[in-house]
Ligand binder design. Structure first.
Ligand SMILES: [Zn+2]
Length: 304
């Protein structure tokens, strides 16, 4: 009943993705330090209410709470034996909430970085990275996700390893999104990679879509970055900007951009070629609600 998400995007529909998970978990009582994946499993009702909040706000795509769910990260918390179970169950929870919504809501299996550097800078070989990501993605697929979203990647080689892993274990659509900052010579990942280089590597690895999330490229600057990715051959693009640049207020990290401010950039992002628009750090259901509204208005009210 949902229809093929790639076909919908290729027909020109613009879909809305959800917002931040970490800050929402914290508002529900999660304390940084323990793995958010385990907390979500042990506090299932809280996690479900976050998914519901984004679905009710108008998200067409929600992400599983599995950003740090790879075997390297979970292994550091002594959860290496539970990688499959954790990813599969967290996927099932998101899929169940999507199904209950009565709307066409897609669940993206969220895959984040391992936190290790790839060879030759670090010790993570491509082979090992593919193995680690394949284990996580296979479990997400078992849990019933509709697509794979690899995100907040700094190193295109690591992102490419995740894309190849996804390709090796499933036939689902695969999106790979890098985190860019604004450098003196243009947009760059922390590793110094340009959008053009990253897009080429990701498309080569077999990604259906590419994108940008987190980092310090604000919603208002995203149109320029989207045009660069398009120029490098990207057909489908997902963007999830943060709610502004983090500020330290009384010892707490605050993302200052209001839902209204972020939503104002939506028409320009669509104009530049964004296919899926959501939010990263600091965004809330209210941000997503106004982004969804702005998408509907920009598309001439054709979205229900
Ligand atoms: Zn972020």
């Amino acid at each position: 009943m949902k229809g093929d998400i790639l076909a919908r995007l290729r027909r020109g529909e613009v879909l809305v993705c959800d917002g931040a998970m970490g800050t929402m978990l914290q508002s529900m009582g999660y304390r940084p330090g323990e793995p958010p994946e385990l907390w979500g499993l042990e506090n299932e009702e809280a996690l479900r209410s976050i998914h519901r909040g984004y679905i009710e706000a108008g998200a067409d795509v929600i992400l599983t709470n599995t950003f740090g769910g790879n075997g390297i990260k979970l292994g550091r918390s002594g959860l290496g034996e539970r990688v499959e179970e954790i990813n599969r169950e967290l996927a099932r929870i998101a899929v169940d909430e999507a199904n209950r919504s009565g709307r066409a809501v897609y669940v993206a299996g969220d895959v984040g970085p391992t936190g290790e550097f790839m060879e030759p800078l670090g010790e993570l070989s491509e082979e090992r990275a593919i193995e680690v990501f394949a284990q996580q993605i296979e479990a997400l697929v078992e849990g019933g996700v509709d697509l794979i979203l690899i995100e907040t990647m700094m190193d295109p080689k690591e992102a490419a390893a995740a894309v190849k892993a996804a390709r090796s274990v499933c036939r689902l659509p695969v999106f790979a999104s890098m985190s860019y900052n604004v450098a003196p010579d243009g947009f760059r990942t922390m590793m110094g990679t340009s959008p053009r280089e990253a897009v080429e590597v990701l498309l080569d690895a077999g990604a259906d879509g590419v994108g940008a999330n987190c980092g310090d490229v604000l919603a208002s600057m995203m149109p320029d970055l989207i045009r660069e990715m398009r120029g490098a051959g990207a057909e489908l693009i997902v963007v999830e900007p943060n709610a502004g640049k983090p500020q330290l207020v009384e010892g707490k990290t605050v993302f200052p951009q209001t839902p209204e401010e972020m939503a104002r950039s939506v028409p320009a992002m669509i104009e530049a070629g964004a296919n899926i628009i959501g939010g990263c750090c600091g965004t809330t259901p209210q941000h997503i609600r106004l982004i969804a509204q702005a998408v509907r208005e920009a598309m001439g009210g054709e979205r229900g």
